[in-house]
Design a protein around this ligand. Structure first.
Ligand code: GDP
Length: 366
C-alpha cells in the first residue's frame, strides 16, 4: 500500500526530486514567518532603550503591547513597565474634560503647541471607554489635532479601542509611565465629561481641568456637580467674537459658585478663566495657573501626597483586579457559580448565602 502510494507520488506532477530535504512542518512558510517575527520583535531591552531615546514609533508599539490581552504580551508589558518606572514621575499630568463639542481637541492642540513653544515635550492620552460603541468618539478621528500630531515634540495616542473603564484606565496609566520614561514633560489626559471616567482620570493626574461653554448652564451641558467639584480650573472656552460678554459673565458665575463648594484637600482655590482655543486667547494664562498650582502644592506637600495616595490606590486596585481574575478564571469556581446562580434564581438560596458558600469553597481550594 505504502509502496504504491510512493510510486504514485513519484509519477505525479507533484513529485519531489531526490536529494531535497523534506520539511517537517505542514506549513513551513508560516513557521519561518513566525520565527522571523519573534526574532525581530523588540525585546524589553530594545523597547526600553528606544523609549528612553524618545523613539515615538517604539513607544507606540509598546503601548499596543500594554493594551494586548495576550498573556505573552502581558508578561512583556509588566517587565517593560517595571523597567520604565524608575524613569517616570517627572511630568506634570493634566486631566482635561468637557462635553463633546466644547473644544477639547482644539484646546489641546493650541495648548500643546504653546507648551512646545516653551521647550516642553507633550503627550496626549485619552480615556474613552465608549469608543467601541461610538467607533472612537475621542481622538479617533484623524483630522483632530492636525498640527500637534505631526510635531516631533508631541505624541498623541487615542484611547484603547475596546475594554471596560477599568481596563482602559489601567492601560492609560501604564502608557503614562512609558511616556514619562520617554521624556515627555506634560501629559494631557483627555476624557469626555459626561460619565464615570472623570473620577478615574482624577486618580491619574495632578491637575484637573474642566472645559465649559458660556450660557449653556451645567445641566444643559450635561456636567454633573461632582465633576465641577473635582476641577482645579474651569476654562470657559470659545470666549471670542460675540461670545466674549457671555463668557465673562459665565466666568463670574462659576467663580461665585466655586466659593460655595467645600475647599479642596490641596488647599488650592479652584480658578475660572476664559479662553479661546480657536483664537489662541487665554492659553498662556491657563498654563500659568497650572504652574502656580504645581508650585503651591509642591510647597505645601500636597503634590507628593496626592501621588502617594494614587500609588496606594494602584496597589489596592492591582490586588483586587488580580483576585477577581483569579476567581473568575478558575473553571471550578465558574462552574459552581453557574450552579449557585440557578439555585438563587430558583429561590433555593439567597444571593448572600450563595456568595458566602462560594467564597468558603474558594478559600479552601488547594
Ligand atoms: P471636542 O469635541 O470637545 O473635542 O471639540 P472640538 O475641539 O472638536 O471643537 C468643536 C467645535 O468647536 C469645532 O468646530 C471647533 O472649531 C469649535 N471650537 C473649538 N474651540 C473654539 C473656540 O475657542 N472658539 C470658537 N469660536 N470655536 C471653537
Amino acid at each position: 500500500m505504502e509502496k504504491n502510494d510512493h510510486h504514485h507520488k513519484a509519477e505525479s506532477a507533484l513529485k519531489v526530486n531526490e536529494g531535497i530535504e523534506q520539511p517537517a512542518s505542514i506549513n513551513p512558510m508560516l513557521e519561518n514567518e513566525m520565527i522571523r517575527f519573534r526574532k525581530n520583535r523588540p525585546t524589553v531591552k530594545d523597547f526600553l532603550s528606544g523609549i528612553r531615546a524618545g523613539n515615538r514609533n517604539l513607544l507606540g508599539q509598546a503601548i499596543t503591547q500594554i493594551e494586548s490581552a495576550r498573556t505573552e504580551d502581558q508578561v512583556m508589558a509588566t517587565e517593560l513597565i517595571n523597567a520604565c518606572l524608575p524613569f517616570s514621575g517627572k511630568s506634570i499630568r493634566i486631566g482635561i474634560t468637557g462635553v463633546p463639542g466644547v473644544g477639547k481637541s482644539t484646546f489641546i492642540e493650541t495648548f500643546g503647541l504653546y507648551l512646545i513653544s516653551l521647550g516642553k515635550k507633550v503627550a496626549v492620552l485619552a480615556i474613552d471607554p465608549s469608543s467601541t460603541r461610538t467607533k472612537g468618539s475621542i481622538l479617533g478621528d484623524k483630522t483632530r489635532m492636525e498640527e500637534l500630531s505631526v510635531h516631533t515634540e508631541a505624541f498623541i495616542r487615542p484611547s484603547a479601542s475596546s475594554g471596560t473603564l477599568g481596563g482602559v484606565t489601567r492601560s492609560t496609566r501604564e502608557a503614562l509611565i512609558l511616556c514619562e520614561a520617554a521624556g515627555f514633560d506634560v501629559i494631557l489626559i483627555e476624557t469626555v465629561g459626561v460619565g464615570q471616567s472623570e473620577t478615574a482620570v482624577s486618580r491619574l493626574v495632578d491637575f484637573f481641568m474642566l472645559l465649559m461653554l458660556a450660557g449653556g448652564g451645567d445641566e444643559l451641558q450635561g456636567i454633573k456637580r461632582g465633576i465641577i467639584e473635582m476641577a482645579d480650573l474651569i476654562v470657559i472656552n470659545k470666549a471670542d467674537g460675540d461670545n466674549m460678554l457671555k463668557a465673562n459673565l459665565a466666568k463670574r458665575e462659576y467663580e461665585n459658585a466655586l466659593h460655595l463648594f467645600p475647599p479642596l484637600a490641596s488647599g488650592w482655590i479652584p480658578k475660572t478663566v476664559t479662553a479661546s482655543a480657536l483664537k489662541n486667547i487665554g492659553i498662556e494664562n491657563t498654563w500659568n495657573i497650572v504652574d502656580e498650582f504645581v508650585n503651591q502644592t509642591s510647597t505645601n506637600g500636597y503634590f507628593q501626597k496626592n501621588r502617594h495616595e494614587q500609588s496606594k490606590h494602584i496597589l489596592r486596585e492591582t490586588i483586587s483586579h488580580a483576585l477577581n481574575n483569579h476567581f473568575f478564571n478558575n473553571e471550578k469556581m465558574t462552574k459552581r457559580l453557574f450552579f449557585l446562580e440557578q439555585q438563587v434564581i430558583a429561590d433555593r438560596m439567597n444571593p448572600y448565602q450563595a456568595a458566602h458558600q462560594l467564597l468558603e469553597e474558594y478559600f479552601h481550594l488547594r
